[in-house]
Design a protein around this ligand. Structure first.
Ligand code: ATP
Ligand code: MG
Length: 231
């Protein structure tokens, strides 16, 4: 379980972005997070895997404190982040190698790895681009690649920061299908600006004005309708 316990955070020299927020994410559940531009959604992702440290309160990943330097590498293995801008996380020279990269870290046997890479290339409609340099891809293709590469790793928790931003209809459908398939083994935090996309999640969190609150089940429909009207 990821457990954020009364956490506060501010960037240096700025007023607090969060005060005293708490949340949990268990394996097997999908939690959606929605909030206006600048409310701190992407910052929260960096806190969840220890790239940023809370100013107050604690964040635990399977009982390990993200502020404890001794836990840092294990936490990064357990919490996978799909960054809002896919360019920031593509490192390999070809599309296939990018997907294989995470599997290599898992020490997966070569034959199994190749099979898994092929499956993911097919799933995300990247097969014809397998040997291309990632720089040559379109924005949506890069996003599909970053998603496939993140999903390839053996993380327990996946934080997806606006994963559909650059995807077309077909790319979104593929992503939702894969998320649904993965949901049993992993905890997924799905950040989206689109209220209609939150329906795939069991729980809905709303981040705004430094605080985070969970929207009760019975209010979700009217809450999302009101947000859609505002947009
Ligand atoms: N590295 C940084 N240093 C200082 N301030 C930052 C930094 N990164 C983000 N901020 C500020 O923190 C606030 C929250 O930014 P963040 O990117 O977390 O919001 P967000 O909810 O993800 O926004 P969006 O919906 O646009 O993706 C913004 O006011 C932003 O300017
Ligand atoms: Mg963001």
């Amino acid at each position: 379980m990821i457990c954020v316990d009364r956490m506060s955070f501010a960037y240096q020299g700025q007023s607090p972005l969060f005060s005293d927020i708490s949340l949990t994410l268990q394996t097997g559940e999908i939690v959606a997070l929605i909030g206006p531009n600048g409310s701190g959604k992407s910052t929260l992702t960096l806190l969840l895997n220890g790239l940023l440290k809370p100013a107050a309160g604690r964040i635990f990943v399977d009982g390990m404190d993200t502020s404890d330097p001794a836990c840092q590498s294990e936490i990064r293995c357990r919490v996978g982040i799909l960054f809002q801008n896919p360019e920031h996380q593509i490192v390999a020279d070809t599309v296939a190698e990018e997907i294989a990269f995470g599997l290599e870290l898992l020490n997966m046997p070569r034959a199994e790895m190749q099979q898994r890479v092929t499956e993911l290339l097919n799933e995300f409609d990247l097969h014809s681009l397998a040997h291309r340099h990632p720089e040559e891809l379109s924005g949506g293709q890069k996003q599909r690649l970053a998603i496939a590469a993140t999903l390839a790793t053996g993380v327990s928790y996946l934080v997806l920061d606006e994963p559909t931003a650059l995807l077309d209809r077909k790319g979104c459908d593929t992503l939702f299908r894969v998320i649904n398939r993965l949901r049993h083994g992993k905890g997924i935090l799905f950040i989206t600006p689109f209220p209609e996309e939150t329906s795939l999640a069991e729980r809905l969190l709303y981040l705004d004005s430094r605080s985070l609150r969970e929207i009760p089940q019975e209010e979700r429909r009217s809450f999302c309708a009101a947000l859609e009207n505002d947009q």
